[in-house]
Design a protein around this ligand. Structure first.
Ligand SMILES: Nc1ncnc2c1ncn2[C@@H]1O[C@H](COP(=O)(O)OS(=O)(=O)O)[C@@H](OP(=O)(O)O)[C@H]1O
Ligand SMILES: Nc1ncnc2c1ncn2[C@@H]1O[C@H](COP(=O)(O)OP(=O)(O)O)[C@@H](O)[C@H]1O
Length: 213
């Protein structure tokens, strides 16, 4: 909801294309969604490394990290999760406008919230690629890297996604990864292949080419 009134957009003189020329790349958002423990953070860390090695500038926006700062005033009610995702949708859009490939690693459990993030990207003409980091709940729970499922089962954490709070899986994600079958390295390669196919990053290792110029 727009609270402020009497605000007028102020246009700049440097265009998105100018910025992209300086950076030598276009921006895009890889929206990773999945259960806690499905592998969003692990895959995004690997992906960031692989993209850097290819000469592409990317940046991870990770739920756990963002909740330490920008979104530290939000909890896990449906309303707070919606606001969490709305803000990150806007941040990712701004980063895309700068020319950065951002990788968001948020559970983002609600289809409607992810749709809002997609819509703001589409309105700004920035590619939005929904990546479902999928794995069976039993697998995520057996990994339990932070011991949170154990606490949720014991009733020490309420409204835990997958236990006593919903997760609405994407219906038609651009990319689907099953981390019970694919390693983080394989998952990253699959996502990079998609970026190449869409013409968002070049096929060749442009980082090396740039150094030789
Ligand atoms: N109730 C509840 N439900 C789910 N997750 C919980 C909860 N409480 C704390 N955590 C921890 O917070 C991380 C999820 O934060 P997100 O910002 O990604 O969540 S959301 O998108 O707003 O749903 C999540 O991180 P990941 O495990 O990396 O997904 C958990 O570590
Ligand atoms: N194929 C895989 N992809 C991603 N993570 C995996 C995979 N196999 C095992 N894991 C482990 O599962 C856990 C996933 O945790 P994390 O990346 O924090 O998930 P999320 O960010 O979705 O909560 C990590 O401990 C990771 O080492």
């Amino acid at each position: 909801m727009q609270k402020a009134t009497n605000i007028v957009w102020h246009e700049g003189e440097v265009t998105r294309e100018d910025r992209h020329k300086v950076l030598g790349q276009k921006g895009a958002t890889l929206w990773l969604t999945g259960l806690s423990g499905s592998g969003k953070s692990t895959v995004s860390v690997e992906l960031e490394k692989q993209l850097l090695m290819r000469g592409s500038l990317s940046y991870r926006l990770d739920g756990d990290n963002i909740r330490h700062g920008l979104n530290k005033n939000l909890g896990f009610s449906a309303e707070d999760r919606t606001e969490n995702i709305r803000r990150i949708g806007e941040v990712a859009k701004l980063m895309g406008d700068m020319g950065i490939i951002s990788m968001t690693a948020f559970i983002s459990p609600y289809i409607a919230d992810r749709k809002i993030a997609r819509d703001v990207h589409e309105a700004a003409k920035i590619p939005f690629i929904e990546v479902h980091i999928d794995c069976p709940l039993e697998v995520a729970e057996s990994r339990d890297p932070k011991g949170l499922y154990k606490k949720a089962r014991a009733g020490e954490i309420k409204n835990f996604t997958g236990i006593d709070d919903p997760y609405e899986a994407p219906v038609e994600p651009e990319v689907k990864i099953n981390t019970a079958e694919q390693s983080p390295e394989e998952a990253s390669k699959t996502i990079i292949a998609y970026l190449v196919k869409q013409g968002i990053i070049p096929e060749e290792n442009s980082g090396e080419e740039k150094k030789e110029e």
